[in-house]
Write a protein that binds this ligand. Structure first.
Ligand code: NDP
Length: 283
């Protein structure tokens, strides 16, 4: 039997509508309009599209936005100075530096300059530490979107066997903490995992965040499992996930497509984080 398809576009639209309603309520209740600042260094066309989409999403949610565009040759010191200034600027609630920066800039140095209270990407050591410690903070957008999709699909997390393939700071590691926080039994698999299929096929919840097109097939999926594919891989055959969708859809109970699964969630969770940061700063 074919799995239920988890529609990320629809869930993303729901989250964005919910955030828009909450922004209105926050302002009606005497709060200020939340404002997101984006910073883009260089002229990478894909990054320009991503940033433009974030501004459109802000507008639709009633969130203000400002944009700083810097030339590719901007020094790391100048970028850090701008990011620190945004951190001190009372008119700004969220700071998003579009990654990756040009090669001469160390992304870790830029992330370290972000005021943790405005770190809407959840990448600073402070927010990563809070999440790892099970304490409230700003959570990275893509993993937060994965949890939103699992909840929407009605997947039971408490006591579930969850396997995450990938342990990056951006996706895999935050998901370990988020799923532990929901009382799942969590296994993190990675490039040195022995017998990946055996590990994955134990999972009630299987999350792929690898960056290898169609690495996981039917052998990796437990019958009836929920499969969340974070992978976005550009191939000669078009955009592919980390899961072989055609094979896995026949075994899984529910599955996200690529595109149209996790992808649209990231921007929705960015809106949610900007509102959360504005609320926390208003207290
Ligand atoms: P990284 O390259 O940072 O991490 C990849 C992880 O996969 C590493 O932990 C690596 O293991 C593991 N890995 C690599 N090869 C294998 C293998 N053969 N078997 C098992 N594990 C393996 O990637 P990201 O986490 O940043 O991204 C993962 C995917 O998600 C990419 O396709 C990316 O495009 C996509 N993505 C999508 C987003 C969205 O939907 N908005 C946002 C962010 C990412 P090790 O640690 O041992 O090296």
């Amino acid at each position: 039997m074919s799995a239920k398809i988890i529609d990320g576009k629809a869930v993303s639209a729901e989250v964005r509508e919910r955030v828009a309603a909450e922004v209105s309520e926050f302002i009606e209740g005497g709060g200020h309009q939340p404002v997101l600042a984006t910073v883009l260094v260089g002229d990478d066309p894909a990054s320009h599209v991503y940033v433009a989409n974030k501004h459109k999403a802000c507008e639709a949610a009633g969130i203000g936005s400002v944009h700083h565009e810097l030339p590719a040759e901007t020094s790391q010191a100048d970028l850090v100075t701008l990011v620190e200034a945004l951190g001190d600027d009372d008119a700004i609630d969220g700071i998003l530096v579009q990654l990756p920066p040009p090669e001469h800039i160390d992304p870790d140095a830029v992330i370290a300059a972000i005021n943790p209270a405005k770190d809407v990407d959840g990448l600073t050591a402070t927010n990563a530490g809070l999440l790892a410690g099970g304490r409230p903070g700003l959570v990275p957008c893509t993993p937060a979107g994965v949890i939103e999709l699992l909840d929407h699909a009605g997947t039971e997390l408490e006591g579930a066997e969850a396997v995450i393939v990938g342990r990056s700071n951006l996706v895999g590691r935050p998901l370990i903490s988020l799923l532990l926080g929901r009382n799942a039994t969590v296994t993190a698999a990675h490039s040195r995992t022995r017998d990946l299929a055996a590990v994955c096929s134990r999972a009630d919840v299987l999350v792929a965040a690898v960056g290898v097109p169609e690495l996981l097939g039917a052998d990796h999926v437990k019958p009836g499992a929920t499969v969340i594919d974070v992978g976005i891989n550009r191939t000669d055959d078009g955009l592919k996930g980390d899961v072989d969708f055609e094979a896995a859809v026949e075994v899984a109970g529910a599955i996200t497509p690529v595109p149209g699964g996790v992808g649209p969630m990231t921007i929705a969770m960015l809106m949610a984080n900007t509102l959360a940061a504005a609320r926390a700063r208003a207290i």
